[in-house]
Design a protein around this ligand. Sequence first.
Ligand SMILES: Nc1nc2c(c(=O)[nH]1)N[C@H]1C(S)=C(S)[C@@H](COP(=O)(O)OP(=O)(O)OC[C@H]3O[C@@H](n4cnc5c(N)ncnc54)[C@H](O)[C@@H]3O)O[C@H]1N2
Ligand code: MOO
Length: 392
Amino acid sequence: MRSVDAHLADILATVRPLAPLELELERALGTTLAEDVSSPVPLPPFDNSAMDGYAVRAEDVPGTLPVIDDVAAGSDELRAVGPGHSVRIMTGAPMPAGADSVVPVEWTDGGTVSVQINRDVPVGNAIRRAGEDVQAGEVVLKAGTVIGPAQLGIIAGVGRRRVWVRPQPRVVVISTGAELVEPGAPLARGQIWDSNSYTLTAAVREAGAEGFRAGSVGDDPAVLLDQLDTHLMRADAIITSGGVSMGAYEPVKEALAPLGTVRFEKVAMQPGMPQGFGVLGDDRVPIFALPGNPVSSFVSFMLFVRPALDKMRGLPTDTSRTVTAYVTGSLRSPAGRRSYLRGVLASDGTVSPVHGQGSHQLAALASANALIVVPEDVTEVPGGSSVEVIRL
Ligand SMILES: Nc1nc2c(c(=O)[nH]1)N[C@H]1C(S)=C(S)[C@@H](COP(=O)(O)OP(=O)(O)OC[C@H]3O[C@@H](n4cnc5c(N)ncnc54)[C@H](O)[C@@H]3O)O[C@H]1N2
Ligand code: MOO
């Protein structure tokens, strides 16, 4: 059996970061910057008011001053503020020449012809200086940054319409199994509802990639190959579930093993022992052939697919999601396999194994928020021991 680490190392040695492309800002959310983004101008570009009020010379207040002008944000024809004068000004409007501070409207009688100001104001009050946020030429985001809402905001804020990014990988998810039925349709004898394609597509999206749920194909390898052919054109990666173990009908293994580019093997883990991985087509699209048991396919995704997607997105793959916790009950694990038991990690630093550790027990998985890792050479873990835990 191959070790978990060796299997992951193979996968990471095979997958490549996606090539950068230039995208409109509207399409850039969730992608990874492939260039440093800098600002061509200072931000703010000009000194402006931080409040609605009056631009004045600080030495003229308190007192009653004529209001000689009104400036809104966006105004570009400004009258200078001479000694003893004021200008009504709005938040974001450029500071008129001559004024050295802004008096908030709350400190005044709000007059429009003349204004009575009741208190002192320090020089520079409520002025946002040019360049206070960003200097001209300054890098605001570095290549390798994932673009979230705030990052998208600053890219727009420095005036960019398009940006070079590594796109989100497009991942097609296919379930296999003659027993599978779409949720919502009635079950006949021997059938179950297809849950894996939903779990895996959602996991893809949560991992920052685009997930396409292609639904389920039966047990016929030719149908699977046909589906793969259809989807290969628009996929950066493919995930299948089921059909990889030792049964009489293992469509994934039967379809892909003869190609010679996908390897099927046993990985020393529980759950998730049978695994397939390789590449398809001229573009060498990675394919992850995950085991069909619902918990096995999900755990396999977390351990193998997620880091691969990180690499395809141009992100580091060595970021550990592991924390140490104290286990509240005892654990058992098969010799020679690394176990990933489902547990609930609490804020007090303890982790409690959930009831139902079978690899078919999807409800138990859904009640967990962590995987408890038990190393290959450990078969029993007494309650109270410290364990490594992967947050889900
Ligand atoms: N003789 C052996 N039998 C099995 C072995 C073995 O080594 N020798 N390995 C077991 C292990 S471990 C696993 S894991 C499973 C993996 O099986 P497959 O990947 O071939 O998956 P299937 O046989 O198609 O399905 C297994 C199980 O999962 C259910 N399933 C499949 N797809 C879905 C889906 N989309 N949604 C919900 N449930 C699904 C399926 O009905 C089966 O119950 O093999 C063991 N057997
Ligand atoms: O190793 Mo299998 O994935 O337990 O059910």
